[in-house]
Design a protein around this ligand. Structure first.
Ligand code: ADX
Length: 375
């Protein structure tokens, strides 16, 4: 095992392919987010959670950013169902968890409750504005929550076969490689030079880098995971030391909860065996909902309790006068010398067949984004 203990002390393992579901009458149809959460709970990525949250834990997370046992937790992990399904279930029932006709899990019902979504939106996202993709998603999901411990009975299809590593696998790999300090990197966007810069800056002070792109559900206009993974492959091939980087996928859905999601992302990467975690500019943010360093500030409040070092990076860019990647911390020049592009601007350029500058993104990556079709 690596030196990092799983969050809460024990790596949760809830996979059992031999559960007999023939006698289980009730069934819940999962959505993509709940299905991904099922796998994340079962493999220990969400340790110490053993199931979808009951009302007490849910309220505690919203009000105090803590589970009811007092440990820090920032994102509600819930299983929404419609009113009809909720009315047919009782405490103590076993339920089959189904997605697209396949049985993936079972759950023992310990709680059924109706959330106040406005309260949830305000606590988690800091807004009730339905243009926010996380709030929109929250309101689209059904209105009752079912809680209880789960067991995963079937593994999900693996889209990126060589890159699916459970927390127990990354932990074993780090041990085998002799890495004592590992920095985790969350990302949902195509890799650019600033990402590369902060990853490599971190790599200067730790043994290994876990590149952990999120491949679960994202908002419609984000770049598809298949292209992002392909970009990483070409980049790693040419610009990263092979023996110091592990590329693996993070199958959960994106929440776009900015500061609260940064805490969640750090906890999860601790479970994957990371000792350090990068939080840069507007981590897990969207639009103008969060300040540039709000995520860093919130994580800093809880860092000593999380048991993972947070590496906070300032907004980084290429500076033409420096002839280097830099940030306000290291560069004396003005914005006129800085190559700064928003994600939206880059998406627009790609759409129009324009090549973003090589100071912003490696040409190899742009080639992938422009020329390859989504899988
Ligand atoms: S995120 O939603 O997963 O946070 P993204 O993939 O863009 O989006 O970012 C991955 C990580 O890199 C986050 O920690 C983010 O704060 C950081 N980051 C992205 N761009 C920059 C930048 N230009 N300077 C510093 N940090 C950045």
């Amino acid at each position: 095992m690596t030196k990092t203990a799983p969050y809460g002390g024990q790596l949760i393992q809830r996979i059992d392919r031999n559960v007999n579901i023939k006698t289980i009458f009730h069934e819940i149809e999962l959505d993509q987010m709940a299905l991904a959460d099922l796998e994340m709970i079962a493999t220990g990525a969400y340790s110490p959670l053993t199931g979808y949250m009951d009302e007490e834990n849910y309220n505690s997370v919203l009000e105090k950013t803590r589970l009811k046992n007092g440990i820090v937790w920032s994102i509600p992990i819930t299983l929404p169902v419609d009113e009809r399904t909720a009315s047919q279930l009782q405490i103590g029932d076993d339920v089959r968890l189904v997605y697209d006709g396949v049985h993936y899990g079972v759950l023992n019902v310990i709680d059924i409750y109706e959330p106040d979504k406005a309260v949830e939106a305000q606590s988690v996202f800091g807004t009730i504005d339905e243009r926010h993709p996380g709030v929109k998603k929250l309101y689209e999901r059904p209105n009752y929550y079912i809680a209880g411990p789960i067991t995963l009975i079937n593994r999900l299809a693996q889209t990126f076969e060589n890159y699916h590593l459970d927390p127990k696998d990354t932990r074993a790999l780090f041990e085998e490689l002799g890495w004592k300090t590992i920095v985790g990197f969350q990302t949902r966007n195509p890799v650019h030079r600033a990402h590369e810069y902060i990853q490599k800056a971190a790599l200067e002070i730790v043994d290994g880098l876990l590149l952990h792109p999120l491949i679960g559900e994202t908002k419609a206009d984000d770049i598809p995971a298949s292209l992002r993974m392909r970009s990483y492959e070409v980049l790693l091939d040419r610009y990263y030391p092979k023996n110091r980087v592990c590329l693996a996928v993070f199958p959960a859905a994106m929440r776009y909860a900015g500061p609260r999601e940064a805490i969640f992302h750090a906890i999860v990467r601790k479970n994957f065996g990371c000792t350090h975690f990068i939080v840069g500019r507007d981590h897990a943010g969207v639009g103008d909902y969060y300040g540039t360093y709000e995520a860093q500030q919130l994580v800093a409040q809880y860092e000593h309790e999380l048991g993972i070092h947070i590496l906070k990076f300032e907004h980084s860019f290429y500076c033409k006068a420096c002839g280097n990647m830099a940030s306000e911390k290291t560069c004396p020049h003005t914005q006129a010398d800085h190559v700064l592009l928003s994600g939206t601007k880059v998406r627009q350029m790609l759409k129009n067949g324009e090549f973003p500058p090589k100071e912003f993104s490696r040409p190899e990556v742009i080639n992938v984004l422009m020329n390859e079709k989504e899988n």
